[in-house]
Design a protein around this ligand. Structure first.
Ligand SMILES: [Zn+2]
Length: 140
């Protein structure tokens, strides 16, 4: 017997089933070929990390107007898109319909967040270094 996953609760159900026996939700939408599930966490996270400056994660999650604004402002100079990225890491990011992302994994979210601090820390260190290089000769 073939199995499939319930798009609502993730339970293993009969591939032929029209209703999930665990969460009791009708699955008719997937039978029409319309995928109305929230966007996937991992894909959104990768879009935000690699293409966040162009608002791609906003387009992907159905937030087209914000996506356009982010595209035009380069993700609010990267700050806005980085805030989005943090929200995604901690499962606070919502799609265009106000839903949380699908298949959230806190281990992945927190790990990727910590990794993202490394380049940020290096940039801060660089700015601090330049700052010192400019300031110290003036004091001495
Ligand atoms: Zn279900």
């Amino acid at each position: 017997m073939e199995k499939k996953k319930c798009p609502n609760c993730g339970a293993e159900i009969d591939a032929e089933a029209t209703r999930c026996y665990v969460c009791q939700k009708w699955l008719s939408q997937s039978f029409n070929g319309v995928d109305d599930r929230p966007p996937e966490f991992l894909a959104t996270l990768l879009f935000a990390w690699f293409l966040g400056c162009f608002g791609v994660h906003r387009f992907y999650t159905g937030n087209i107007p914000i996506g356009v604004v982010q595209f035009l402002t380069l993700g609010g100079c990267g700050i806005w898109s980085y805030i989005d990225f943090i929200l995604i890491c901690f499962n606070k990011f919502k799609d265009g319909k106000g839903r949380l992302l699908r298949d959230y994994n806190s281990n992945v979210g927190i790990t990727v967040f910590v990794i993202s601090l490394v380049p940020l820390g290096l940039i801060c260190l660089l700015i601090f270094g330049i700052f010192l290089a400019v300031i110290i000769p003036e004091i001495v």
